[in-house]
Write a protein that binds this ligand. Structure first.
Ligand SMILES: Cc1cc2nc3c(=O)[nH]c(=O)nc-3n(C[C@H](O)[C@H](O)[C@H](O)COP(=O)(O)OP(=O)(O)OC[C@H]3O[C@@H](n4cnc5c(N)ncnc54)[C@H](O)[C@@H]3O)c2cc1C
Length: 382
């Protein structure tokens, strides 16, 4: 074996790539600071204290093929021309590389008292919210969730916390602030109205076309309004997870790398990207960040790297869109196979079933199937 393949990120894409590469004649090294997986779509429920965190993870060591060497370090920089990367101040060389480091919260330059702003992109951030929100409810007379971001992460988190507050007998106001003209802009009008009607029943206020302009550690300002003593969460988008990338690459505004049909980078045939790190185009549109795409992109990139080593030509990635659901604790909207609309409990059940199906061990699968069957205890908000 005289070649080294490096995979950055052991999430949904990176793990599938490791599996696809296991028979290839190359040394495989995985960089990931974590020792376990994370079922990210269940983070809003974890933050609201609706499920046990054990359901969301399992050790990477149990899942990786035996010939993968896992280096538990975070990659801080990649130099595509020099074919090296840096982790913990050390430099490592690679022959072939897969970038699959997912994404992290994008604060879009908002830097006021950032350490006191809650955000949701990892197990740790979800547990932080879970612990602090219950304390916030206990000490606050008129609790108020102030959410920057009216995308799916912001709304899912807001509703999970809203229902937690109801369950604790501390009804809570919700305000969602978003610079876009409306929430969930990718939805057709009728579906957006469905979500807005549901949110209106919870008393949530949506402030479209507004930016958060100030946060002094306690009070949030948006335009000419100030929200005092709110529980301030930021869900204003996500961005590329690796701090520095040197090379000639084309990227989207959120840092995703534009890739060739076989998921390699233009100019760098030995470098591939998959999952949230990659901007994969289908019919002129960029695929959304989603587990299913990450899973199959990782698998395809791994197979293509293996084909390189065998001297064969690579194959293009062919996406298949099974669908998506936006779970809002007691209601939902989703679409299957790009044509069948679903909503309500059916959507919730499918979401939790998929959290189990794409999970990594039988116990976690069984736990999510149980949630899909029973859902959460209903709390009336009337
Ligand atoms: C709150 C939330 C809800 C979501 N809900 C849904 C949903 O309902 N349905 C859906 O399909 N998708 C959902 N997504 C999106 C989905 O989780 C992602 O698209 C998917 O996880 C991307 O897979 P990935 O392998 O690219 O990245 P990840 O699964 O995020 O894995 C990235 C890995 O890279 C590692 N890493 C990060 N930085 C570095 C670094 N610098 N060096 C080395 N390793 C690094 C991380 O530790 C992690 O293990 C949600 C995401 C969030 C945050």
């Amino acid at each position: 074996m005289n070649s080294k393949t490096v995979i950055v990120g052991g999430g949904f894409a990176g793990r599938q790539a490791c599996r696809a590469l296991r028979g290839a004649d190359t040394e495989i090294v995985l960089f990931d600071p974590r020792s376990s997986t994370v079922m990210l779509p269940a983070l809003p429920d974890l933050a609201g204290g609706w499920l046990d965190e054990k359901l969301l993870y399992s050790p990477l060591a149990n899942l990786l093929p035996k010939n993968v060497r896992h280096i538990q370090k975070s990659v801080s920089s990649i130099d595509l021309n020099a074919k090296t990367l840096t982790a913990d101040g050390q430099t490592f060389a690679f022959d072939k590389l897969l970038i699959a480091a997912g994404s992290v919260t994008d604060f879009r330059g908002f830097n006021q008292h950032r350490e006191q702003i809650y955000h949701l992109d990892s197990l740790e951030t979800a547990l932080h919210i879970r612990n602090d929100f219950v304390n916030y409810l206990r000490r606050t007379k008129q609790p108020h969730i102030v959410m920057a971001g009216g995308g799916y992460t912001g709304l899912e988190l807001a509703m999970s916390l809203y229902y937690r507050a109801l369950a604790e007998n501390k009804p809570c106001r919700v305000t969602v602030i978003d610079p876009a003209p409306d929430i969930l802009p990718f939805l057709p009008e009728a579906k957006r109205q469905y979500i807005k009607t549901f949110l209106a029943r919870t008393g949530a206020t949506i402030l479209p076309g507004q930016h958060v302009t100030g946060f002094d550690g306690q009070n949030v300002t948006a335009g000419n309004q100030t929200f005092e003593n709110g529980f301030f969460c930021w869900a204003g988008g996500s961005t590329f997870a690796i701090p520095e990338l040197k090379g000639t690459v084309a990227r989207l505004g959120d840092g995703r790398l534009k890739v060739n049909p076989d998921l390699s980078l233009p100019n760098y045939p030995d470098v591939f990207a998959a999952g949230d790190s990659a901007a994969v185009e289908q019919n002129g549109q960029i695929l959304r960040k989603a587990i299913n795409f990450a899973w199959y992109e990782g698998k395809c990139a791994g197979k293509n790297i293996a084909r390189h080593y065998r001297g064969k030509t690579t194959k293009p990635f062919r996406p298949f869109d099974a669908g998506w659901v936006i779970p809002l604790h007691s209601d939902s909207v989703g679409q299957l196979f790009s044509r069948i609309w679903i909503k309500g409990k059916l959507g919730l059940r499918l979401h939790y079933f998929m959290c189990g199906f794409r999970n990594t061990c039988l116990a976690n699968f069984a736990g999510f199937v149980r949630i899909a069957a029973k859902l959460f205890k209903e709390v009336s908000h009337d």
